[in-house]
Design a protein around this ligand. Structure first.
Ligand code: SF4
Length: 472
């Protein structure tokens, strides 16, 4: 056990805080009144308050007696203040917690995460070197859950690795699968390798993002193996813990906590840890694979090549997120990729590598298009339109539900559209379309020209459907 502690501290290359100083730090971040930010009236990129409740629907997790010393240090610090910090009525400011964890080791962070969320947190395991997360979880001595996305396109070696990991840790991985109907529709319409032609986003959305979304809807927190050194383009600023900017937890958008315990750890240190702990690894690594995903979209890299060069190598480096961690794209990066005079070009996909709501079921409205919609006194069919900005985290957060809704409404007589309303379009949208903040959702009824603004921040499919059904 002592060696595990030494390894943990060598991986993090950071010193543990003393019990007292850590207790003081953590105690100082508690806020009595939980609240999730509401969109700012400006409609610009809003700073988001990172307040959310930790879990509490489960019994507090109990560590077994074989806790490693460093986890015990973390646990002791938590014990001093954690009972209050994790009490059902408490809320945590996650921006502050992120700062407080700056010098914590991955093991301490994992211990903290499992302690706070018990059975309502799960580790996302991709089948690559993020097996380190499972090892850390085991070392905490706490019970833990692991899930994985089986896209149906993984390498055989990865499936064998899953099996080896289950046996090694005596766990059952909670596999999550894509919707068969969605995969069928994609493959029948575009073939098995459409991602080489028009980018990986659509396939990833069907095979990864939507299954992940379903899985996360049942959780209050998740743990990822994201590291800053994995992608200079998209992962350079990932925090150790954050309110998930994209996905919803059981209590909706803003309620899911995302932990990235190895964010600051370098890949070589992860590998030292895996070797030292004699952890099973994916045999693809010995063939030159570093970052491992689906078989058609992953290839080995040469010595000196960055690991992400082995993923979606036919695409631009800054677009290499599959949607699982889309919140990593910052506004300026998104702006560079998608900014334009009136938003229509990007929304049309001319340079729309980060545009959102991209499905045939959603009509992309230009400025003349939405002006026409405004003018019509008697429409043939009602419209639901989202006013959005692709860089807006709240818009990104409702992307999957809005697309699901649009697909549900195909053939129903209700049209679903989107209008990019940032940049030059913002004054018009504020004056004519009731734009207050992004996203703004409008319903254009059949028989009146004046659109009705969706009043709620609940943007799940059922809530939006209830709104439509009340007005159609
Ligand atoms: Fe599809 Fe490739 Fe994404 Fe896998 S990584 S879901 S095969 S596009």
């Amino acid at each position: 056990m002592a060696s595990a502690a030494a390894i943990s501290s060598s991986i993090s290359s950071r010193s543990l805080l003393s019990r007292d100083s850590k207790a003081a730090l953590i105690a100082s971040i508690r806020h009595p009144e939980p609240s999730i930010a509401t969109p700012a009236a400006s409609g610009g990129p809003r700073p988001r308050r990172m307040l959310a409740r930790p879990c509490c629907a489960v019994e507090p997790t109990k560590r077994n007696d074989s806790v490693v010393p460093s986890a015990a240090v973390a646990g002791a610090a938590n014990a001093a203040v954690g009972e209050e910090a994790t009490a059902p009525s408490a809320a945590v400011d996650y921006e502050e917690l992120n700062k407080a964890l700056e010098n914590a080791s991955p093991l301490e962070i994992m211990d903290r995460a499992l302690d706070m969320f018990g059975n309502e947190i799960a580790i996302a395991f991709s089948g690559a070197e993020d097996v380190a997360l499972i090892e850390y979880a085991k070392l905490t001595g706490r019970p833990f859950r692991v899930f994985s996305l089986d896209t149906g396109r993984l390498n055989p070696e990865t499936y064998r690795f899953f099996d080896a990991v289950e046996k090694h840790y005596d766990i059952h991985i909670e596999y999550t699968f894509p919707d068969a109907g969605e995969v069928q529709a994609l493959v029948r319409s575009k073939g098995l390798f459409s991602f080489y032609e028009d980018g990986h986003q659509e396939c990833c959305r069907v095979r990864k993002v939507r299954p992940l979304r379903r899985m996360l809807k049942g959780l209050r927190a998740w743990v990822t193996g994201q590291r800053k050194d994995q992608s200079p383009g998209t992962r350079a600023n990932i925090p150790l813990v954050q309110v998930d900017p994209v996905f919803e937890g059981v209590d909706g958008l803003g309620s899911l906590i995302k932990w990235n315990p190895v964010a600051d750890v370098e890949g070589k240190d992860i590998w030292n840890f895996l070797r030292t702990m004699n952890v099973p690894v994916n045999s693809l690594h010995s063939q030159g694979y570093v970052s491992i995903g689906c078989e058609p979209c992953t290839r080995p890299v040469l010595p000196g090549q960055h690991e992400r060069e082995g993923r979606w190598w036919w695409e631009d480096a800054t677009a290499k997120e599959c949607g699982l961690h889309k919140g990593n794209l910052k506004q300026d990066e998104a702006g560079k990729l998608g900014a334009n005079g009136n938003g229509v070009a990007a929304a049309n996909g001319v340079d729309g590598t980060v545009d959102i709501f991209e499905t045939q079921a959603i009509v992309n409205l230009s400025r003349p298009g939405i002006e026409n919609l405004l003018k019509l006194e008697k429409r043939q069919e009602p419209w639901l339109v989202v006013l959005y900005a692709p860089w807006c985290r709240f818009c990104q957060g409702m992307e999957v539900s809005y697309m699901e809704l649009a697909e549900k409404l195909v053939g129903s007589g209700i049209k679903v559209g989107k209008f990019r309303a940032d940049g030059d379009q913002k004054p018009f949208a504020q004056k004519e379309l009731q734009l207050g903040s992004f996203p703004t959702i409008l319903f254009f009824p059949k028989n009146t020209s004046r659109p009705i603004k969706y009043p709620s921040e609940k943007r799940d499919v059922d809530s939006l459907l209830a709104f439509i059904n009340a007005l159609r």
